[in-house]
Design a protein around this ligand. Structure first.
Ligand code: ATP
Length: 247
């Protein structure tokens, strides 16, 4: 198979993935992610969004199909090389905030910077800047259990953005936030990504979250499809109609 075009930061071809227990994950998924773009991977629950992000980021070993990052193959790398790639070039946001409980918020945020070799003082200053941008600068010295869930998720977003990764994988990053918070945090995330040239791959089942992206690819039952029907996440409380997302 040919190497990907130069302006694609990520390039996947004919990905098939089966979970260890035999559950189907992905079927023949191909996708290009351009440098600096914000790409939404949209689909209902269980459609394979997380599995796709895990394969693209090297978290899962791809046995069938190819993944390329920055013109180099990822699918042929061993576990250590994939771990190094994730640490040095990628960022990751989970739907549920996970922080090291023994560390303060700024120490959590500074951790990936220090793992990449930054000194403590520099890492602390950068972490504080990002916490300020996410409006939780005043919580920097607290430990995670003192924060609300939405504040912990902001800390996770600050931690993911602080090292300015080449690609940020954001798996339902706004899921634990209330609607007003969600809009604000997504705007901060996308503005920061654009100003730092960070490419974002954003998995979501929420049409409003997908709307912040430059482009959307839709998944259904582990396959790419042209369009997908997504009920708004606040549907039950706000009584809004089901939304159809075409790509
Ligand atoms: N570790 C696992 N072992 C077995 N099956 C899994 C595993 N993780 C996911 N699956 C199954 O693979 C399919 C795709 O799951 P995945 O989590 O990738 O979808 P998703 O679109 O991200 O869903 P959600 O929005 O609920 O996170 C689902 O049928 C799911 O049950």
């Amino acid at each position: 198979m040919d190497a990907p075009p130069d302006n694609d930061v990520l390039w996947a071809r004919a990905l098939h993935y089966t979970h260890k227990d035999g559950s189907p994950g992905l079927e023949d998924v191909s996708l290009d992610v351009r440098q600096g773009e914000i790409l939404a991977v949209a689909g209902p629950r269980g459609s394979g969004k997380t599995t796709l992000l895990r394969c693209l980021s090297g978290m899962e070993r791809v046995r069938q199909g190819e993944v390329w990052f920055d013109g180099a193959p990822v699918h042929t790398l061993g576990p250590l090389a994939r771990e190094r790639l994730r640490r040095n070039r990628f960022g990751w946001i989970d739907p549920v905030p996970v922080l090291v409980p023994e560390l303060t918020v700024w120490e959590n945020t500074a951790l990936p910077l220090m793992l990449r070799g930054a000194g403590r003082r520099q890492a602390k200053a950068t972490a504080q800047e990002w916490l300020d941008r996410l409006d939780i600068g005043d919580l920097a010295r607290k430990r995670p259990h003192r924060l609300r869930q939405a504040e912990r998720q902001r800390a996770c977003i600050a931690r993911a953005l602080a090292p300015a990764p080449t690609v940020l994988f954001a798996d339902e990053p706004a899921a634990p936030l209330h609607r007003a918070d969600r809009v604000h945090v997504l705007r901060t995330l996308t503005t920061a990504a654009r100003s730092h040239g960070i490419t974002v791959v954003l998995a979501t089942h929420d049409p409003e979250t997908a709307a912040v992206a430059d482009r959307t690819v839709a998944l259904l039952d582990g396959r790419r499809v042209q369009s997908v029907h997504l009920p708004p996440v606040d549907d039950a409380t706000e009584g809004r109609a089901t939304c159809s997302l075409s790509v």
